[in-house]
Ligand binder design. Structure first.
Ligand SMILES: NC(=O)c1ccc[n+]([C@@H]2O[C@H](COP(=O)([O-])OP(=O)(O)OC[C@H]3O[C@@H](n4cnc5c(N)ncnc54)[C@H](OP(=O)(O)O)[C@@H]3O)[C@@H](O)[C@H]2O)c1
Length: 322
């Protein structure tokens, strides 16, 4: 990318709407660095994608299968997962895809999924924490955790930990957390991670827990570096998916024609998973470039706040704190 293109790219990023829509994607794809994954980049490699029955997750699964990978669609509803597999095979007849049940909000389901994978696989090369949701009202899991915290943070922490033996057995495994540009609006909710205080708004709960994913990524990178596992968080821009239609109908109506396709939203996740380039672990990405973690001064936090959140989340996920 030329210096002028880099400046324009940054401008797109800071002005938000142009960069997050298909306009930004269309411009940037003409300036990708020359490290597109090879057509068979995932051959011989296995990936697990959570929330892969619809939207961006399905597009990630299709993208990785199209690059020759074995892809497991981790879904909470087997029938919807099988339907997604059928659609992926229709687009990529040689696709090696299968379903595994995993409700990310439910620790028993996460543990059962990891146990089944341990029986089925010798190693896991890529784990993509894509499952996401935006609830209309405050909801708790059976364990008493606020639902977005459970789906976006606690479930991914638990699933990652349970899969460490398989990830560690791979040659340089990659774990990707699908965050959201919405996280830029929120500071780290370290004093109230379960959102017990103040008026609950689903969009704020969503953005807070997406902020937590990004904040915890460097700590995950550090924690699992001895096992050779790299961590990347990212945001997909604004993509036209069933989740956006259902959860943000007004936003969808206003931005409709400018939204990215699910495949465009999936692009950076597929690239992070499949590129032959050696990427720095622990960074936050969008459109194949490392992006800042903050636009606003008020969202900055101290390192000890992040450490406190790490300890809280590890404990809440039922994991050793250290
Ligand atoms: N679309 C965008 O513009 C946008 C922007 C920023 C970030 N994102 C992020 O991108 C990811 C995908 O979103 P999307 O837009 O593609 O939405 P989507 O079409 O609603 O897909 C979300 C997926 O997550 C699954 N899911 C939700 N809760 C789950 C649970 N407890 N266990 C397992 N799976 C669960 C859903 O399964 P069911 O079908 O069973 O509900 C669905 O497959 C999310 O993390 C979202 O936050 C999207």
């Amino acid at each position: 990318m030329t210096a002028a293109a880099a400046v324009f790219d940054t401008l797109l990023d800071r002005t938000i709407a142009p960069g997050y829509t298909r306009l930004g994607f269309g411009w940037r794809r003409r300036h990708w660095p020359a490290d597109d994954p090879r057509p068979d980049a995932m051959r011989g490699r296995t990936a697990l994608v959570t929330g892969a029955n619809s939207g961006i997750g399905k597009a990630i699964a299709a993208g990785l299968a199209g690059l020759g990978g074995t892809v497991l669609l981790a879904v909470r509803d087997r029938a919807r997962g099988e339907q997604a597999c059928t659609e992926i095979r229709a687009a990529h007849p040689a696709a090696d895809v299968a379903v595994i049940v995993c409700d990310v909000s439910d620790p028993q389901s996460v543990t059962a999924c990891a146990d089944e994978l341990a029986d089925r696989l010798a190693r896991l090369d890529v784990l993509i924490h894509n499952a996401g949701m935006l609830p209309p009202e405050r909801t708790e899991t059976a364990e008493g955790h606020e639902l977005t915290l459970a789906v976006h943070v606690l479930g991914p922490l638990l699933l990652t930990e349970r899969l460490v033996p398989l990830l560690g057995a791979a040659d340089a495994a990659r774990v990707i957390l699908m965050s959201s540009g919405g996280m830029y609006s929120q500071p780290l909710a370290v004093d109230d991670p379960e959102y017990r205080h103040g008026r609950y708004r689903g969009a704020i709960a969503y953005a807070r827990t997406k902020r937590m994913q990004v904040a915890l990524t460097p700590l995950l990178a550090e924690h699992y570096a001895p096992q050779g596992i790299a961590f990347h968080s990212m945001h997909p821009g604004w993509a036209d998916t069933p989740g956006v239609v259902t959860s943000l109908p007004l936003f969808h109506r206003i931005t409709g024609p400018l939204l990215r396709s699910p495949e465009e939203g999936a692009d950076t996740a597929v690239w992070l998973a499949a590129t032959a380039a050696t990427l720095p672990s622990g960074q936050f990405w969008h459109d194949r470039r490392v992006r800042p973690e903050h636009y606003l001064r008020r969202t900055h936090f101290r390192a000890d706040d992040r450490d406190r959140l790490w300890r809280f989340c590890r404990e809440a996920a039922g994991l050793d704190v250290d």
